[in-house]
Design a protein around this ligand. Structure first.
Ligand SMILES: CC(C)(COP(=O)(O)OP(=O)(O)OC[C@H]1O[C@@H](n2cnc3c(N)ncnc32)[C@H](O)[C@@H]1OP(=O)(O)O)[C@@H](O)C(=O)NCCC(=O)NCCS
Length: 184
């Protein structure tokens, strides 16, 4: 597994790499700016609150000055009877949108999850964006989120073929609640 993926566009350079201890504040500020406080009301938040992301699967996009301009995290979940990952939130600073940072974060997250031996990734998001990475609604048709969600936005990507064949029921967290949160 590489330590960082370097992206170039329009004479700029970014690194996609693991989130560091100390990144918490800047990441929260980015999420507040991109998504607002409504992000805490999402059903996915019920699977994340008070827990740490899956090991090695919290990534940031950083400028060459070290500023965080993108973030994605993956979380350990039970998808009914099978183990899987939940992806989100994914966010890129608006001033850097359309330059491939979202795709870079997604590609690196999928690559790392595959190399770590995970079987599938699930997320709630816009099908028009996530289809390009292979996410589709059919694999999650018999799964439910803990809280309100729009069925057509519950998407899955199998990293191991057939992994979600038997996945049905409620999606629940797989990691324990912790008093010590990552990067706090
Ligand atoms: C969605 C987001 C992460 C994309 O980041 P980005 O760095 O601009 O993405 P990329 O540069 O890799 O890709 C840009 C492409 O995605 C498309 N795109 C962006 N958001 C989209 C959406 N919601 N639905 C469909 N397509 C979308 C753009 O139109 C562009 O298309 P093109 O390649 O045909 O020109 C970013 O816009 C963002 O943070 N949005 C707000 C938070 C959010 O919506 N997060 C995702 C939850 S669903």
């Amino acid at each position: 597994m590489t330590d960082a993926l370097t992206l170039h566009a329009f004479n700029h350079e970014w690194r996609i790499e693991a989130e560091c201890p100390g990144d918490l504040r800047d990441r929260e500020l980015l999420l507040d700016r991109v998504m607002g406080s409504g992000r805490f009301l999402k059903s996915s938040e019920n699977l994340r609150r008070g827990r740490n992301p899956s090991d090695f699967l919290a990534l940031v996009a950083r400028t060459d000055r070290g500023d965080i301009v993108g973030t994605v995290r993956l979380w350990d979940i039970h998808a009914g009877s099978v183990d899987a990952l939940l992806l989100g939130p994914l966010a890129v600073a608006p001033e850097w949108s359309g330059m491939g940072l979202g795709s870079g974060l997604m590609d690196e997250a999928i690559s790392r999850a595959t190399n770590l031996g995970h079987g599938a990734i699930i997320l709630v998001g816009d099908p028009g964006y996530y289809a390009r990475f292979g996410f589709a609604p059919h694999a999650t048709a018999r799964l439910d989120m803990p809280g309100h969600f729009e069925r057509h936005r519950l998407l899955g990507l199998e990293l191991v073929r057939g992994w979600l064949d038997g996945a049905s029921g409620l999606i629940t967290p797989r990691s324990p609640e912790t008093a010590v949160l990552m990067a706090a």
